[in-house]
Design a protein around this ligand. Structure first.
Ligand code: SAH
Length: 379
């Protein structure tokens, strides 16, 4: 065993032992508890302890694929700022900034709008100490130095622009399965006769409050159907709504998921760019679930916001002019570089890649002009 595997091994063993002790003491735990521990346990959680992002790491995201992604987020934010009447200061907030690459590219591109970067106060909301360090390094030479805040509620008052990519898919979800006509929670417990293996087990029937988390369209699904309960997005939308109702602003969420309520298990673990069993190495793999954009739209409307989208990432970026930007980046470069840029563009926008599964939704304070590139929800 080399030193690298030894370093990884011990905290993961401790996290396993902690989860096992908890299940032995309390009984099976909700998927959301398992997910939260696996991602954010301070000693061994997946995000708490490492930087998983990049081609040579565990997974890759749009801002890591190409600078064009963050650039368009910056141009989008600058345009929204203009629509707000160019307030100075403006709070520019990113949720779950990963390596900080998107914000870095956004600030560079946003400088095209005179006054925008000078007016921006940048706040990063990041739960992972390891990633905060990476963000600090990435943004070391940025024109505005970011501040880290524990929660959106901790960002100073005033007009705001909130952006995020692949943040919502980390919010812990719960799962339920229809069994003999009754929705029962799907919990994480031990495999039969083997308390060294985690396994999914049935819990009791869902409470009326939990049942209300299942979309009406899915309530009557047949036995065997699995639904996901996404309660964690509601407080987030509430916090966004509180901000956007007290001062004008826009919020942009990009993630993967469905535009309509759907059944099915979307809990996914990724390590070294491969899908792995979500229950084998808690803390050792990224754990995410699809976002339900229909639910998000309803939450936004219910909270008194204007909602735009969802729209496919491909259509959104193409509408903003990503192809023209790719052509400009490729101009005068050698064949290999041109091929690379073309490939990056395809990954971001092609329907079979990130173009359709990844979606964009925006919230806005009431009665502002529509944000660039998005149509009104349901319109
Ligand atoms: N936006 C980046 C990173 C995506 S990974 C990109 O597109 O590359 C998810 C990011 O969200 C990580 O930075 C992770 O640590 C952070 N994160 C997840 N859940 C969080 C939470 N509840 N609070 C704050 N940050 C969170």
């Amino acid at each position: 065993m080399n030193s690298e595997t030894r370093d990884e091994f011990r905290p993961l063993e401790i996290l396993r032992a902690q989860l096992k002790a908890r299940i032995a003491a309390e009984g099976p735990i909700p998927v959301s508890v398992y997910m939260a521990e696996a991602l954010f346990d301070p000693a061994a959680g997946y995000y708490a302890t490492r930087d998983p992002l990049g081609a040579d790491k565990d997974f890759i995201t749009a801002p890591e694929i190409s600078q064009m992604f963050g650039e368009f987020i910056g141009l989008w934010a600058a345009e929204c700022w203009g629509q707000l009447g160019a307030p100075d200061p403006v709070q520019l907030v990113e949720l779950g900034p990963g390596t900080g690459r998107m914000m870095d590219d956004a600030l560079r591109a946003g400088a095209a709008a005179p006054g925008f970067v000078e007016a921006a106060q940048v706040s990063l909301i990041e739960a992972s100490p390891a990633l905060k360090m990476v963000q600090g390094r990435t943004l070391g030479r940025a024109p505005v130095q970011p501040r880290w805040r524990p929660r959106l509620e901790d960002v100073g008052p005033g007009p705001s622009l909130i952006v995020s990519n692949e943040f919502l898919d980390c919010l812990p979800i719960r799962q339920a399965v229809k069994h003999r006509g009754v929705w029962r929670e799907r919990l994480v417990g031990f495999a039969p006769e083997d308390d060294d293996q985690f396994a999914f087990v049935f819990g009791g029937p869902l409470s009326p409050a939990d049942l209300a988390l299942i979309a009406p369209e899915l309530q009557d699904e047949p036995d065997g159907a699995l639904v996901e309960l996404r309660a964690a997005d509601a407080p987030l939308v509430e916090a966004v709504a509180d901000r956007l109702k007290s001062s004008p602003g826009y919020a942009l969420f990009i993630d993967y998921g469905s535009a309509r309520p759907e059944t099915g298990d979307t809990l996914q673990a990724i390590s070294k760019h491969q899908k792995v069993d979500p229950l084998t190495t808690p803390g050792g793999a990224d754990l995410t679930a699809w976002v339900d954009f229909d639910r998000l739209a309803k939450l936004g409307l219910g909270a008194g916001l204007d909602v735009y989208g969802p729209m496919g990432q491909g259509e959104f970026l193409t509408g903003l002019g990503v192809e023209t930007r790719a052509a400009a980046l490729a101009r005068g470069r050698d064949r290999a570089a041109q091929g690379r840029i073309q490939r990056q563009l395809e990954r971001l926008v092609a329907p079979g890649e990130m173009g359709e599964l990844f979606k964009v939704i925006a919230f806005a304070s009431k009665d502002l002009p529509p944000p660039p590139g998005l149509d009104r929800h349901g319109g």
